[in-house]
Design a protein around this ligand. Sequence first.
Ligand code: MG
Ligand code: MG
Length: 265
Amino acid sequence: MSEFAPKDTCGAINQMIILKSPEEIKKMGESNAIVAEVLTGLKERVRPGVTTLELNEYAEAVTQKKGAKPAFKGYGGFPFALCSSVNSEVVHGFPSDRPLEEGDIVSLDYGVCYGGYYGDSAITVAVGRISASAVRLMKLTEESLYRGIEKAKKGNRLGDISFAVQSCVENAGFSVVRDYVGHGIGSDLHEDPPVPNFGMSGRGVKLRAGMVIAIEPMVNEGSYKVRTKSDGWTVVTDDGGLSAHFEHTIAVTEDGPVILSSRRA
Ligand code: MG
Ligand code: MG
């Protein structure tokens, strides 16, 4: 789940970044492993005819079996465990009883709380055969996430991550959503700092070992402009173009970035 972009995305003013101990990072690895397992299972279940409500039920059942809690259900009043955003939906889409159709792309954003710590990750999945342009959008969005993660090193600045994501996206002719951003994560789902997918390298807070952040590029094939539907949650592209979303929770460590939500399967 992404956070509203704050007015000042670069400033360290008024930010409260909570560093995590190696023990806490290990615990966050456990929550994120559950998220990764759920997303792997969801990906296997995506096909024409399946509804996102069925995917929501699957995610909740696995989470419950693991003794974890779905992180998004009830968060700010969000009514479901899973955020499922189809085609021109960007983020925070409601699962529905509309069957997925061949050619759709669906972004699945999932989070849990386990042992007091949150995990958060997202993938975009193809429903059957999809267009070449949709394939390109999905690949590029995932690639931009990894370009950002590479910069999540002690001593770098937050803007180095933002710039890496933005330049990867824009050099390919796509645009990054500005109104929603990644975030710090820990014993709260959304902690400081906000992690925008756009910005200038060398700016923003200095990255320190123990910082845990969710990097989550939301990439549109057309304009970066988005709007919220009348349900108060579902964010859609303003021009009706496709959008993709990939997210990992990562820890900045002495030995570089560690992807806590990595899907090992
Ligand atoms: Mg998320
Ligand atoms: Mg998130």
